[in-house]
Each structure stands twice: as C-alpha cells, then as structure tokens.
Ligand binder design. Sequence first.
Ligand code: ACM
Ligand code: ZN
Length: 752
Amino acid sequence: MQRFLLICSVLLSGLFFAQNRLNLIPYPQKVELLKGEFTIPGKFKLDQNLSRLETEYFKKQIRDVFTFGIGKKETAHLVNVPFSAPSKRNPENEEKYAIEISPRQIIISSNTKQGYFLALQTLIQLFRQYKDSGKIPAMKIEDEPKFAWRGMHLDVSRHFFTVEEVKQYIDYLAIYKLNTFHWHLTDDQGWRIEIKKYPKLTQIGSKRKESMIGAYVDNTFDGKPYGPYFYTQDQIRDVVKYAQDRHITVVPEIEMPGHALAALSAYPELACTKGPFEPATKWGVFDDVFCPKEETFTFLENVLNEVMQLFPSQYIHIGGDECPKTRWKECARCQELIKKYNLKDEHGLQSYFIQRIEKYVNSKGRKIIGWDEILEGGLAPNAAVMSWTGIKGGVEAAKSGHFAVMTPGAYCYFDHYQGDPATEPNAFGGFTPLDKVYSYQPVPEELNVTQSKYILGVQANLWTEYILDFKQVQYMIFPRMLALSEVAWGTSDAKNYKEFERRVINEFETLDKMSVHYARSIYNINGKVMAADNGIAYELSTSQSPSGVRYTVNGADPSAASPAYTNPIPVQKSMTIKSAYFENRQLKSAISSQDFTVSKTTGKKITLEQQPNENYSFGGAFTLVDGIIGNQRQLGKTWLGFQGKDVVATIDFGQLTPFSEVYFNTLDNKGSWIHFAKSAHVFVSDNGTDFRMIKEIGKDEILVAKGKIRLQLGNQKAKYLKIKIENAGIIPPGNPGADSQAWLFVDEIGVN
Ligand code: ACM
Ligand code: ZN
C-alpha cells in the first residue's frame, strides 16, 4: 500500500486510558489501541500530492473542526508519497486504507485516492473527538467497506432541490463514507433534467399546476403552480464533478415504462392513448405510461444518449417500478407487439421493454439497474436489481447470478416515520426508527456464499412527496443515514445498538455545527403496549436516563412534578397517557400522547391466519388488540397492512364472554393502492374449532360506514371470536395500480 505521512514537529507522549469505543461512524473494521499519544499540532501544513481541490476540501474539514487557520505558521506537515496506480494483479479492495497513529506521526496507507479520502474522513472524526484534549491516542486502524454500493437516493421530482442543496447532500454522503448518489430525476410529477433533443421535457414537464398538501387522505391541493424546476446540463456536469471529487458515483434514474406522466405531457405521442396529459399534481401511480412502440424507443435511446454523456457511472437506473398495464391491455399496438414477439401477456411486454433498453445501454458499454419489477416476465440478461418491495427481488436476482442492491422498504425507506407518528411531521407512512435501520443485514440468509457475492450493497431511499424543503430532507435522513452508513460498511450489529446510539448522540454536536436540522426522535418517549394480567400495560422507554420520564393518565400535559415513570402503566379502562422527558426540571422531549380504547378484546390472545406485509407489521397480530385505534391520517405503527391478503383473526377471550358489538376500521386511499375491505364475516365458537357465523356485511355497507365499521350482533356469548375481513383483491381498471393486489389496512378489532 502507498503510504502518506503526517509528521508532527511537537513530540509528546502520555498515557492513554482506553474508553469503550472511538466516536467513529461508520465504525472501522479493526482498531488497535497502542501506547502513547499523538499531540494534535497547533497548525498544519498540507504538503502533499493531492489535487488542489482535495487539499482544499480536507483543509476546510479541518477548519470546521478547529478554529485556527491552516498553513500559515505551520508546526506540522501532512506529507505524502506520490500516488502510483495500484497493480492490476492486486485484488485488494480499492477502498481499503490504514492509519497508524504513533506519538511521532500519523501515517495513512492506501493504494488509491479513494482509500486516502476515506482515511481522511476517519482522521477528521478523530481530530474532532480529541480536539479538546489536543491528544489522540496512538492506534492502528485497518479498514475497508464490506459493500461496494453504499447508496443514498434523492427524489427531486415530487419536490425539487437546488444544485447547492444537492451538493450538501453529497457532502453528507462523503463524511459518512457512502459512495453512491442515486438521483431520481424523472417521475409523474416532474421531469428535472435538461435534454437538448427534447426541450419540451423541461419546458412542459418540469412544472405542475399545483401540488397535493397534507396527508394523502385529505385530498387537498395548494393551488400554487410548482416549477419550472430542472437542472441544466451544465449544472448536472457540475454536480457529477463535485461528487467525483468526493469519490462518489452519481447514478441517474430515468423512469420507464411507468411514472412517465411528465414526459408524456411534453410528448403525448409516446403514450397508448392520445392525451393530452399533464404532470401529476397528486401522489401515487398513474395508468398513462410509455407505449412500447418504435417512436418511444427512439425517444428513450436519444434521452439515454444524453444521460450517458453526462453521467459516467457504470450503471444507469431505468426505473421499471409500478407500471400499470391498464393502457397496454386496451392498446391495439401493444396487443400486436405481444403477438408479434410471442409474449405471454403484458408482463411479457414489460420484460421486452426493459430488455430492449438494456441492449441499447449495454451497446454503449454501460449496464442497467432497475427496481424489483424488472424481474416481471423475465430479467434482462445483464441487469442488476434494486430490491425495494422486500428482499425477494434481491434473492431472486442473486440466485440467478445477477447483481442486487438491497433497499427493502421496512428498513431503508427514509420517507417513513422515525418516531411515534403523533410527535412527527407528516410522513409517507410506515415506521422505520433508527434501531430498525441499524438492525438490517443486507445479505439475505437464504443465499449461499457464492450467491452472496451478488449482493452489491445497500441503499436508503428518500421519496419526497411529503418533504417540502431541504430542512425536511435533513430531518428525514439524520440520524438514520448514520445507521445506514454502518450497515453498508459492514460493522453494524443490532446487539450493539445502544453503543451505536451513544455515538449518534455524540455526533449531534457535529450536525449542530453543520447546521443540520436532524431528528431528535430518539430522545422522545417510546411507548410499547404489552399484554399484562387483566389486559394491557403501557411501557415507556427513552434513550436517556429513565428517571427523567414523567407521565399523566388524566389527559393533562406532564410537568416535572408529574409522577416519575417506574413500571409499565396498567391500562384497564379507556384513558390517555401523556409522557415526556425532563432533565433538571426542563422539558427535553416532545410530549407523547396516546389514547387507549379498552374493549373486551384488549390484551387477549389473537392469532392471524396470514401475516401482514413486513413494512406494515409493527407489533404483529397483537397490534389489533392493543387498545389503540389507528389515526386515519397516519399509517405508521397502529395499522397493519396486508397486500392481497384477507385478515382472518381469531381472538381467545379465555372464558365465555357476553358481547353485542364488534368494531374495526379499514382505509381507502386508492392512490396508494389501499382499498376498503370487500366484506366482513363474524364467527363465534366455544371450543376454538367449530365456528358459527353470526354476522356478514358486504362492500356497500362498508362504503356507507366510510370504513369505520361497528357491527351490532345482538346478545352473544362465546369463548372465541373469529373475524374475516376480505381484501378488495385485484385492483379494478381505472384505479391506480390496476391489476395489482390491493392493500387492506386494519387497526384494531374491538368488542363490547
Ligand atoms: C418505489 O418505491 N416505487 C421504487
Ligand atoms: Zn400501447
């Protein structure tokens, strides 16, 4: 390995008392503490063979850590030996580096500039940790990432972010050793990249009449024109260069065949029907998609030509997700193509589409990557899969010798809530707190050693429907991106979450210095419902000292004088529990508030015949009897989501129990493929085996009740109650996601 020297003219030694772990994120593969200390010099001279830009960047980082100037009256030199190209025969990871800190000097070793850059990031973090004492313990760090693709995605279609903001985003990636920026440039709501051959893409496609605001279910619009917002080709080149200087690859995404409404608004002749079309003002999935006719391929090839000239990345992301087949089914040209190429159906046509694009991209020496759905009807021969609907796509890809990047929604979607939705700004839905991200292991267990090599890496995605400005971008990615960084580096371990959380809280000081508006959700009180004697109890926890947690059960806001939390709070009747964290009598957290509606099912044993989708599984079946009614405007935490599946729940009352009413809620949010239940059936049993139906309702009654179902049952007495809530099934034509499986959401099954 190439070696670089940081020589210090002031030599001091001292004793180092080891503390648990250094404040490094991501944590290195190997840290060995040695005897003695290196005294951080008062001034540095960066006297090395880096480019001027790299030197400036490093200096700026050091300046951010220390307040003194650099390179004036230097008392220290950072010296390096000139780079030499790594030997072709050397199979070493190009991102590998080592740092040796002795009382005399700091030596950085790496074969590559990337490795050197990564080492500097580690060094900066060490300087920051030890700047107050002025002494860094002697140590040896040997480090390299486990995964080659360590990505962060940013959707600039739903909401646009300026070049300066995108550069800041790239800076964040660099600091935490992420190396891939996935730039989601086109979607239904806006086309954001200048294409010289097709100027209407940005003239027409980069603005929309208005935007949806608030929660999707509100169906409310702001009435304000949005745009024109797009990046010129010069701006794109500037961003790509900026990223390259930080050893970050920018992977552009051009969505096809779906999510194409902005493009079709500009060039309606590329659709199956005549149009006219407009960039979407609503969020969701839309039926009008590219028609796979020749003109469309000519257009897309020309677009991709310009894209490939701007972006030198090996991979070009071609989207591929959520393409409804509604139009293709009704389009004579699409149907002709299915016959002509002897395809099975419209899914075969999707596969034909992607394979054709792949051939073109491959012919230019590049590769395609696409979302899970590019597996539909057969994967293109050299394509990589970005596995988002779960891990299945990645598993299937790896088993068939294709590369995969893992980005499963349940762990990697940073548009989900990261704290109790009641205390968080409006988000897409889902619940992905810091510890959940940290617990993710990208290599699926079902893969053997050879197949595992096809897991290229891991990425988190930031979809921006509900993210209106860059402050909110910061809020959603911090601190979760720190967890992703360690997961991607390969040194995370869910068992050590608390220790990681300590490093995160320490890092807040750095984020404050960078004026990052990060989420403090981990300070908030976490509530967890647990089964208890005679029903349920509410357990409160905090990452801070538990003695600071105060609560009330009478609906009043807690104060420093409220009872201190000690044990789970019994919930035997309907009530509201409010809690907050206090330090020195000062309120430190948001006030958490939880309503409980206790019924005869609360805390009882419940089993489900089919399990909810992992993105919306929260506390599992128990969520349906935890006394918490779902908030219709927030899909986090209190709702279970089932895609294409019925809810068949059996509740064991434990003894013969009289009752006369059952209630539950189900949602309708068609843009997100969520439909009301089709029917509900209630059964009772005394032995848990032989059930008798006592009530049945159909779609019309569910519609009239707007999904808030209360069924009067007369006088009943039973030991078991079974309820079957029927999924709407396949989404009918004319709706977003037509032909796909509908989602069914249920919050609670109560009985009075
Ligand atoms: C996606 O979230 N539609 C890839
Ligand atoms: Zn068509």
